[in-house]
Design a protein around this ligand. Structure first.
Ligand SMILES: *[C@@H]1O[C@H](CO)[C@@H](O)[C@H](O)[C@H]1NC(C)=O
Ligand SMILES: *[C@@H]1O[C@H](CO)[C@@H](O)[C@H](O)[C@H]1NC(C)=O
Ligand SMILES: *[C@@H]1O[C@H](CO)[C@@H](O)[C@H](O)[C@H]1NC(C)=O
Ligand SMILES: *[C@@H]1O[C@H](CO)[C@@H](O)[C@H](O)[C@H]1NC(C)=O
Length: 441
């Protein structure tokens, strides 16, 4: 009898435990996807001693109410007034991996449609995966007329360079408010051409040493370069022309020091060149402010530097473009989502400047050929093409996923979305053609 009662009670206990567990689990599973960000945000809000309104990651505009706002505004207004104050600064340290907001994969898409008569345009690619990921109208540039408080608050959820997380409104906005809206597209079809915009993107990779690709590169309508784009003394391999130079405040300054011993004296400064800045962090906004004002940087890493002096007299507001955070985030999220984003060093993991440059070209050109980017056989080449006399090794840092990028370039090449310069393949091609075209005496 006693044992029967005992068994009954343990069964009852087991059932209750099961039910409670089920309820708990269900709540968790259902909420898990969108909850992460919400909880993270709440955690921050508890710390921040602000707050009053219920924040919701589904609608960043709900973050609008802060204590200051609610004290100053009559209560009845609250729902209809637009965001007027910045949300509390979010800290990178509050997240142990890339936070996932519900609006993570939503981008402003207001680039004017590009009418192209080019049949071979990559925009006409039949590749389904590419068409699914590619946003032809994604907003490319940040300027004073496309930033406002709700944009600031939305973008403050993303780490740099994908947004303004950990930055203060007053540190950044004065610079953004100086950026004029670009008056013309970055590139236009060349008059008298075939209706296509043909672009070469030239990276700094060692594969270019001894390649003799210079003439082929220069034969494109436009040539993109980035970072330490050494030309003098390397023309035969890398070409002479630069139409678009992509840089960060760090890369345009550090390249001068790093590549000095290889004869690099200044960033490219062809007549009429377009400069594109990747706003990588706060220091870029300080750089930008001084650059646009024509003054010295007054704060931080580049204090007392004169940004204009780095552009060799070719700086001109009307040819200066600043990439938009939505574009940078879109490139990462849709094409280069590194596993490193799930690790504690997530906040520094980002595509290389070269990768952003390729994607800029994919959005403003009809055909893109990439030279000097990583290939399967990268191990055979120096890290940089300037390193001619000494074979160096590619260095893998935590902040870039070079292998992921290498695989993407190969894949885009194989899917005929762009052309990647690879030496083994060109070798194989010449070998294959040899019996027909070359008869050695
Ligand atoms: C703020 O800018 C965004 C994006 O440009 C725009 O969609 C929105 O309407 C603007 N909001 C206000 C209140 O002007
Ligand atoms: C800047 O470029 C524009 C358009 O190309 C030109 O009209 C203007 O004169 C240039 N400004 C300077 C200071 O060179
Ligand atoms: C990160 O982890 C999440 C959840 O485990 C997974 O769904 C996602 O694919 C991972 N992201 C990357 C880039 O590996
Ligand atoms: C660079 O190219 C030259 C000419 O082909 C070659 O002699 C040299 O060994 C190459 N340097 C490296 C580091 O591969």
């Amino acid at each position: 009898m006693a044992s029967l009662k005992g068994r009954f009670f343990s069964l009852l206990l087991l059932s209750i435990t099961c039910i409670v567990l089920l309820i708990l689990l269900q709540g968790n599973v259902l909420g898990s996807n969108s909850r992460t960000g919400f909880l993270e945000y709440n955690r921050f809000r508890e710390d921040s001693d602000e707050g009053e309104s219920t924040p919701s990651p589904e609608n960043p505009q709900n973050y609008r109410t802060t204590r200051r706002n609610s004290l100053m505004k009559p209560k009845s207004d609250k729902k209809t007034t637009p965001a007027e104050t910045p949300i509390p600064v979010l800290s990178l340290k509050s997240f142990d991996k890339l936070p996932q907001w519900d609006f993570e994969d939503i981008y402003n898409q207001d680039s004017p449609p590009r009418l192209t008569t080019c049949a071979q345009s990559l925009r006409n690619s039949q590749d389904e995966d590419f068409q699914k990921a590619f946003l032809p109208g994604v907003r490319l540039y940040l300027h004073r007329d496309n930033i406002n408080m709700s944009e600031w608050n939305r973008l403050s959820h993303f780490n740099n360079p994908f947004g303004f997380m950990e930055m203060k409104y007053d540190d950044v906005i004065p610079a953004v408010k100086l950026i004029p809206e670009p008056k013309e597209p970055l590139l236009l079809p060349k008059p008298g051409g075939d209706g296509c915009v043909h672009c070469a993107v030239v990276g700094t990779g060692g594969i270019l040493n001894g390649s003799k690709m210079g003439a082929e590169i220069d034969a494109h309508d436009y040539v993109f370069r980035m970072n330490g784009a050494a030309i003098e003394g390397y023309e035969e391999d890398v070409g002479k022309r630069t139409s678009v130079y992509v840089h960060t405040a760090h890369s345009i300054t550090a390249s001068l020091l790093f590549f000095k011993e290889y004869g690099y004296k200044s960033a490219p400064h062809d007549e009429g060149i377009k400069y594109v800045l990747i706003p990588e962090g706060l220091r870029d906004f300080k750089w930008l402010w001084a650059l646009l004002k024509g003054q010295m940087v007054s704060f931080g890493r580049f204090k007392n530097k004169d940004p204009r002096s780095y552009y060799s007299g070719q700086f001109n507001e009307s040819r200066f473009y600043v990439l938009h955070q939505d574009f940078l985030r879109y490139v990462r999220n849709r094409f280069l989502k590194s596993r490193g984003l799930n690790e504690s060093s997530w906040a520094i993991v980002r595509p290389t400047n070269g990768a952003f440059t390729i994607f800029l070209a994919l959005h403003v050109c009809d055909t893109v050929s990439a030279y000097g980017f990583m290939t399967e056989d990268y191990i055979k080449y120096s890290n940089y093409y300037v390193e001619k006399s000494r074979k160096t090794d590619v260095i893998f840092y935590t902040n870039h996923d070079l292998i992921l990028e290498k695989d993407l370039w190969k894949s885009l090449h194989d899917r005929k979305i762009m052309k990647l310069f690879q030496r083994t393949e060109s070798l194989k091609e010449t070998e294959a053609e040899e019996p027909l075209t070359l008869r050695k005496p």
